[in-house]
Design a protein around this ligand. Structure first.
Ligand SMILES: C[S@@+](CC[C@H](N)C(=O)[O-])C[C@H]1O[C@@H](n2cnc3c(N)ncnc32)[C@H](O)[C@@H]1O
Length: 300
C-alpha cells in the first residue's frame, strides 16, 4: 500500500469510529510506543544513507592525506594493518568490496604467491552497532542533556545521538578541518542543526564545553593521532575539565589502558567510578568483542 492509500485507509477507520472514542484513538496515536519499531527502522535507514553519502566523499581507506601522523602510525604497526571505517563499511559492504577486489582480508606473505595471512584491522569510527549499543544500552535517557564527542571525525557518534537519543545538544569537537567539513555537509543535508554542532578545534581549547557536558564520549581519540607527550597533555586537560559531578564519561578502550603507556599522573579512583555494563544484549562474536571495549564511568 502506498502512502496516499494508507492515509485514506486510516482516515476511513477514524470516520467509521464511534465519535466518543475518537479522542482516545488520537491520544493513543500521539503517545504510543507501538510505532517505535517502524521509526527505529527508519533511523537505521537514515544512518545507512548518511554512511553511503560519506563513502562517496572519501577514498576506501576513509583516511585523508592531511592525517600525517595517523597514516604514519598505521604503517608502523608490527603486523600489516588496514584501516576500515566501521561506520562506513559494515560486514556486507566490506565483503562486496573484497569480491570486487577493492579490499582484502589477507596480505601476501611472499609477493606474487598464494601464501597469505590475515590482515589486522583498525576502525577510526564506531560501527552502527556500537553507536546503537551506546545510546540504547550504555547511556541512560538523555532528555535535555549535553553530549560532547571528543574527536568526532565522520560524525557517527553525533548522528547516532541525534537519532537514538533525546539529547538536546550534541557537540562534536574535531581538530581535522576536512572531517569537520564532511560532518557539516551531513548536518546540512539531513537538517540536523537543531541539535548537532560541529567545532573545528583542539579539545584542549574547549574547557567550558567539557565543564558543562553531561556526557563526554572518547572513542580511541588520541592514540593514533597524537604523539605520546601530546596524548598526555590532552588527558591531563580532560582530567582537569571533565569534572561535573555525576556526569558520564564513555571511553574506548578503558581509562587504565589508555593511560598505561603515558607519563601522566591521574589518580583514577579520585576522579571516576566505573559502571559495569551488560553486553549480553549482543551475543554475536565480532560485535561482542568490539562492544566489550566500551567503558562507562561516573564522575565523582
Ligand atoms: C578514532 S577517531 C573517533 C571517531 C568518532 N568519535 C567515532 O567514535 O566514530 C578520533 C578522532 O579524534 C581526532 N582528534 C585527535 N586528537 C584530537 C584533539 N586533541 N582535539 C580534537 N580532535 C582530536 C582525530 O582527528 C580523529 O578524527
Amino acid at each position: 500500500m502506498d502512502f496516499s492509500s494508507a492515509r485514506h485507509a486510516i482516515l476511513n477507520v477514524v470516520k467509521g469510529m464511534r465519535a466518543g472514542d475518537v479522542p482516545q484513538l488520537l491520544h493513543w496515536m500521539k503517545t504510543t510506543s507501538d510505532f517505535d519499531e517502524f521509526t527505529s527502522n527508519n533511523k537505521d535507514i537514515i544512518l545507512r544513507s548518511i554512511a553511503e553519502d560519506l563513502r562517496h566523499s572519501l577514498p576506501t581507506t576513509a583516511m585523508i592525506s592531511s592525517e600525517h601522523l595517523a597514516l604514519q602510525k598505521l604503517h608502523e604497526q608490527t603486523k600489516p594493518t588496514l584501516h576500515v571505517d566501521a561506520f562506513l563499511y559494515d560486514d556486507d559492504c566490506f565483503d562486496s568490496l573484497c569480491e570486487k577486489g577493492e579490499m582484502s582480508r589477507n596480505y601476501c606473505l611472499t609477493c606474487g604467491s598464494h601464501r597469505t595471512a590475515p590482515l589486522e584491522f583498525i576502525s577510526h569510527s564506531f560501527s552502527l552497532t556500537e553507536v546503537k549499543f551506546l545510546y540504547e544500552h550504555v547511556l541512560p535517557d538523555l532528555t535535555g542533556k549535553v553530549v560532547v564527542d571528543v574527536g568526532s571525525r565522520l560524525g557517527a557518534v553525533l548522528f547516532g545521538g541525534y537519532f537514538y537519543s533525546s539529547a538536546s545538544e550534541i557537540y562534536g569537537v574535531e581538530m581535522n578541518t576536512e572531517f569537520c567539513q564532511l560532518q557539516e555537509t551531513v548536518v546540512e543535508k539531513y537538517q540536523l542543526f537543531d541539535r548537532i554542532k560541529v567545532l573545528n578545534a583542539d579539545i584542549c581549547t574547549q574547557a567550558p564545553l567539557l565543564k558543562n557536558a553531561d556526557v563526554v564520549i572518547m572513542n580511541n581519540v588520541f592514540e593514533y593521532f597524537l604523539d605520546r607527550s601530546e596524548q598526555a597533555r590532552c588527558w591531563k586537560f580532560i582530567n582537569e575539565n571533565v569534572r561535573k559531578k555525576g556526569s558520564l564519561l564513555v571511553t574506548v578502550p578503558s581509562l587504565e589502558k589508555s593511560l598505561s603507556e603515558l607519563q601522566v599522573d591521574i589518580p583514577l579512583n579520585q576522579w571516576v567510578e566505573a559502571i559495569p555494563l551488560h553486553y549480553d544484549v549482543f551475543l554475536e562474536g565480532n560485535d561482542r568483542e568490539a562492544l566489550e571495549e566500551i567503558c562507562l564511568y561516573r564522575i565523582l
